[in-house]
Design a binder for this molecule. Structure first.
Ligand code: F6R
Length: 602
């Protein structure tokens, strides 16, 4: 959460930094700020509450700069406001700093060193800049030593960029747990939380690792470890199709990303097949999983919901018992593990702090792990034993759509490959099943007007909504509810249909929307019975059923697909319902309130 950028070079830094912040807005968008130094070494701070466009309006267009740092914030400590927006400055204005992360011991540091100091903001960040001033101005340490000394006090997570006015043309950067990349250019260098922010300037990036410090000038990138030893590290090439980063003709990224799903499924199949066209996963991963007696899937939010579907795939196709855990719970309340556990981290961003804290303890215990992620080189990918990529292309809307379907697709392939090797199944059908699912998704997308109409009738005005289903349909109901609530702000719950009568049915009143999924043969009749119970109490019902189980009065009928892959298709009307509900209610679909795309704080 929070995004940071920095530029030092001979071009005007202002548009480069603002463009970078636009690309990082997915990480937080409650306020933003810039610090720039012009060629006469005069520093300027600009800050604004709200989006990057609000910051743009604050900036004096005549200011040109050759060095600068910028920040887009997702508030943790202190309300969204211009005062709490970064950058923060020392009182002398010599040091200016932006920070992504949470300093857990900022109160203690304040009490110990800055007791007399009246802080200007409510943030945990501001103490960092005052401690720099303390060590350099009171204890007369050179900047780098003052920075090292300051960092040694900090507990928690940070990616920081710092400019010392007395050393113009240099950005100091450091990180612990929060991501930070250094970008290399000809006659310039950059820093950023995500390569996407600076891909217009360069595609050559070097990762900064925990506890390292970088000294960035226009001609040099120096990396040092905590002891001050110089390190050398090769740059990697970030591969983005710049069109993937644009909305094109779509009004919102979410609309584009929903529509991309058939192509994503096909891309996943392509990525995991041999030249002969057989599904294939790196044998070392398969071997490691075959040695395991139990899989532990760890994830958060939508990725957790994909993990729930993954459990069904691994148990039924691979024959390996599988548990799925919410990352933020698992880390601090670990259950008794099996003898040979294998951990699977599912994370679109690969940066989720809740999942990462589990991975840290998994690594301490030397358990093997696999990260399934969309982000090459992300923290979870780097720190786990193995990685499988989603190949979904950048997902920019905060509400996850194509990552969910890609996650399930990758797990479907992996579970089949393992199942075949283990002899649990004998025939490879997944490639065909996924391509049938891609066609089915396309057909739902083509009938989106029908779903827009349902959203406008059922979800324009309501305060509550419920999704119900059984088996895999229940799991999709959970994801559907998350999607609807996070972008429409309608209070929505997903339930196992059979559970309604055990309590929740008390909430059903005249007009309450109930959206039921009916794609499972064995339980279809029961779910329909549950729907009738809600109709008897005045609910407005929408039924999303699968061909073969559908009735003429059903509202959305999805084509028949493999019974383990129904979530790939039944989730599409739910994504579209959420999209249109949000749109009709006048919300910012891509940037719902209070949220950020990459959740890098616990
Ligand atoms: C919801 C959503 C979130 C994420 C969750 C985990 O639409 O996007 O619930 O799924 O924050 O994020 P990743 O997958 O990046 O670990």
């Amino acid at each position: 959460m929070c995004g940071i950028v920095g530029y030092v070079g001979s071009k005007n830094a202002v548009p480069i930094l603002l463009n970078g912040l636009d690309k990082l807005e997915y990480r937080g968008y409650d306020s933003a700020g810039l610090y720039i130094m012009n060629n006469r070494n005069e520093g300027f701070v600009f800050k604004a509450k709200g989006r990057i466009n609000a910051l743009r309006e604050e900036i004096d267009p005549s200011v040109q700069a050759s060095v600068g740092i910028g920040h887009t914030r997702w508030a943790t400590h202190g309300e969204p406001s211009a005062i709490n927006a970064h950058p923060h400055q020392s009182f002398s204005q010599r040091f200016t700093l932006v920070h992504n992360g949470v300093i857990e011991n900022y109160q203690e540091i304040k009490e110990q060193y800055l007791d007399e100091t009246l802080l200007l903001s409510d943030t945990d960040t501001e103490i960092i800049v005052h401690m720099l001033a303390y060590f350099s101005e009171k204890e007369h340490l050179p900047t780098l030593d003052a920075l090292r000394q300051t960092l040694s006090l900090l507990k928690g997570s940070y990616a920081i960029a710092l400019i010392d006015e007395s050393q113009p043309g240099t950005i100091f950067a450091a990180k612990n747990k929060s991501p930070l990349l250094l970008g290399k250019g000809e006659g310039f260098n950059v820093i950023c939380s995500d390569a996407m922010a600076m891909i217009k300037e360069t595609n050559q990036f070097v990762e900064l690792m925990d506890k390292e410090i970088a000294i960035v000038t226009k001609d040099e990138l120096i990396i040092e470890n905590a002891n001050g030893d110089s390190l050398s590290r090769d740059a990697y090439t970030a591969e983005f199709d710049s069109e993937d980063l644009e909305k094109g003709a779509y009004p919102y990224y979410m609309a584009k990303e929903i529509d991309e799903q058939p192509a994503v499924l096909r891309r996943v199949v392509q990525a995991y097949q041999t030249q002969e066209g057989n599904l294939h996963v790196d044998q070392v991963i398969v071997d490691a999983m075959l040695q395991s007696d139990r899989l532990y899937i760890i994830a958060a939010g939508t990725s957790y919901h994909a993990g729930l579907v993954g459990k069904r795939l691994f148990e039924q196709l691979s024959g390996i018992p599988t548990e799925v855990h919410v990352a933020s719970e698992f880390g601090y309340h670990m259950p008794i593990l099996s003898n040979n556990p294998f951990f699977i981290f599912i994370s679109q961003s690969g940066e989720t702090a809740d999942s990462r804290q589990v991975l840290v303890s998994v690594n301490e215990k030397n358990y093997p792990s696999l990260t399934i992620t969309n982000a090459v080189g992300s923290t979870l990918s780097r720190e786990s034993t193995f990685t499988l990529l989603l190949h979904a292309g950048p997902e920019i809307a905060v509400a996850s759509t194509k990552a969910y379907t890609a996650q399930i697709s990758v797990m479907a392939i992996l579970s089949e490959v393992i199942g075949l090797e283990k002899g649990v199944i004998t025939e490879s059908t997944m490639k065909h099943n996924l391509s049938t699912a891609a066609v089915a998704i396309q057909s739902i997308i083509e009938s989106k007007e029908l779903i827009e109409d349902l959203a406008s009738k059922q979800l324009s005005l309501t305060d509550h909504a419920f999704f119900i289903g059984r088996g895999l349909d229940h799991l999709v109901a959970l994801e559907a509810a998350l999607k609807l609530k996070e972008i429409s702000y309608i209070h929505t719950e997903g339930f196992a249909a059979g559970e309604l009568k055990h309590g929740t049915i008390a909430l059903i009143e005249k007009g309450t929307p109930i959206i039921a999924f009916v794609t499972e043969k064995t339980t279809a009749g029961h779910t329909r019975g549950n729907v009738q119970e809600t109709i008897a109490r005045g609910a407005n019902t929408v039924i999303i059923s699968m061909d073969g189980l559908s009735r003429p009065e059903d509202h959305v009928i999805i084509p028949e697909v493999h019974p383990l892959l129904t979530p790939l298709v039944s989730v599409i009307p739910a994504q579209l319902l959420a999209y249109y509900a949000s749109l009709h209610r006048g919300n910012d679909v891509d940037k719902p309130r209070n949220l950020a795309k990459s959740v890098t704080v616990e």
